[in-house]
Write a protein that binds this ligand. Sequence first.
Ligand SMILES: Nc1ncnc2c1ncn2[C@@H]1O[C@H](COP(=O)(O)OP(=O)(O)O)[C@@H](O)[C@H]1O
Ligand SMILES: [Mg+2]
Length: 412
Amino acid sequence: MKDSIKIRVKDLTLIFGKRKKEALRLLTKGVSKTEILKKTGCTIGVDRATFDIKDGEVFVVMGLSGSGKSTLLRCLNRLIEPTAGEVFVNDDNITKKNNKELLEIRRSGMSMVFQNFGLFPHRTILSNIGFGLEIKGVDKKERLIKAQEAIETVGLQGFGEQYPNQLSGGMQQRVGLARALANNPEVLLMDEAFSALDPLIRSDMQDELLDLQKKLQKTIVFITHDLDEAIKMGDRIAIMKDGKIEQIGTAEEIITNPQSEYVEAFVEKVDRKTIITAETLMFKKYVTCLYAKDGPKGVLRKMREASVEVLPVIDENHKFKGFIWLNDVLSTQEEGKTSIMDTVKEEVPKVFPDCTVEEMMPLTTATKSPIAVIHPETGRLLGIISQVSIMIEATRFDKKEIIDLKKQSKEQ
Ligand SMILES: Nc1ncnc2c1ncn2[C@@H]1O[C@H](COP(=O)(O)OP(=O)(O)O)[C@@H](O)[C@H]1O
Ligand SMILES: [Mg+2]
């Protein structure tokens, strides 16, 4: 994913019904969706959505049925005309385009993948895939080459001459995906594309799309009503309710910091330990580090200042060396040694920032040591995680309960 912004949506609003102006006026006054429907007969499809999507990002829009996901998506390429607000793609104002320009954008810039596949039953797979190119006026030879490429991209080589009904649901959806990819669009709009598939096939398709995305680096707007799918697919997730975007963030951000009761209820059942990572859990600001060159006196002083009995040791490049324990420093001092290096425990648990709580759980039973979070390439110390914080996260007990449990197990 790049840092540049691909799609910028500003105050996008879509109202269904005849008295749009009146409904829009009420909406901006803060009147509810239900109330507006009663008063004007208009349905609020999308309510002042504002967000940016980054280049190469998988941006998931998630919400219950009727929350406005499909409407929002269709406003992006103006399959539905927005009532108010603006959509920019590459800083180009889509809302200001004429019909001809719009057609071009839909054909080349943004391709759509639908839930019901939308394949033509009487056309072969290859011809279905080439359809978008055909209406663009691409000649037959080039069409075939591009369609053949796309068929290989989705792993359906050998099926080109078959017809849609000869293929399973999962394969048909791959054809849908290949058709969208054949146009080589910058943006893929996927509306519940996997929702009709059996769970196992669905999971395979998710994996395949993620794999493909690593190579293709498209900007994907992916719609789903399924939270697990949202978490798996999304670089970021936007949660919609009643046409409004309630919250946008990474799965981890949303789960650790839900900004409304609605979102909190939505994410309550998520298995947090598979999502929360070392990066979120680690202390970094308050970590006192020792340098390998420090002597026992300096170490004791730093431990006293930080009121801890264990500290991380780093070298001059901030590369993590290990942990050092108070008791060991005291013995070193008694023995009259001036270097702490022999005393540093190097065989300690180390993880990378993206390691999940679930993956760290086995480390908590093996040792009492804190866990060092290190940079995957440089080995620099990024932060440390106490065993207690992993146990709290894994069990969702509160801190006091854990400390009591620990005491009990010590006493036994
Ligand atoms: N063509 C339409 N005419 C009137 N209301 C519509 C139309 N399409 C959708 N709606 C309403 O707009 C809201 C959002 O619908 P939709 O975008 O289809 O939600 P989702 O895709 O999240 O299930 C719902 O209240 C729905 O009933
Ligand atoms: Mg929908």
